[in-house]
Write a new protein. Sequence first.
Length: 220
Amino acid sequence: QREKEAEDKRQEEKRIAEVERLEELQREKEAEEKRKEERIAEVKRLEELQREKEVEQKRQEEERLKELERFEELRREKEAEETRQEEERIAGVERLEELQREKEAEEKRLEDERIAEEKRKEEEFAEEQRLEAIQREKEAEETRREEERILEATRKEEERIKELERLEELQREKEAEEKRKEEERIAEVERFEELQREKEAEDKRQEEKRIAEVERLEEL
């Protein structure tokens, strides 16, 4: 009877130990399922970050297109300004030629008057000297104004070229920044893919472990 009671007690302790071991396995399974849910939540969070990144990239692309359109507008303004300056230069040349013709006509008229009025030679000579002095002053003034206009146009052109060079430098910096962000995005995607492969390997390992455990329990 004592041996039977001892055996019954041993069997009861063995059954209790087995129940505790099965409960421990159940807790481990629940913990693994919780970790799996956490990994799924992490994947969803990474996907949300990816969508936000794509939205930001789209916004930056739209800003880049706007900047290119503004640069194109500046280029058209530059061409228009160059055309206007060329027209002004041609008009200035034509005006100088007209003044030259007027000068020649005036000189011819003075010469004709000098020949026609030989008796008033001395007065005519003085008059010619006065007119020539006025003409020289006029030409000198016109030359000075033309030189000032050319200098001003040159200064404006240099400032405009500097502005265009600055815009081009900004464009190069922007393109370099976009390239860097694209490389960072690719690295992030590769890291996400690596995490995904690790997750799949871990899931496969856990599934094999669970199958082995089930087979062992069935064997018991």
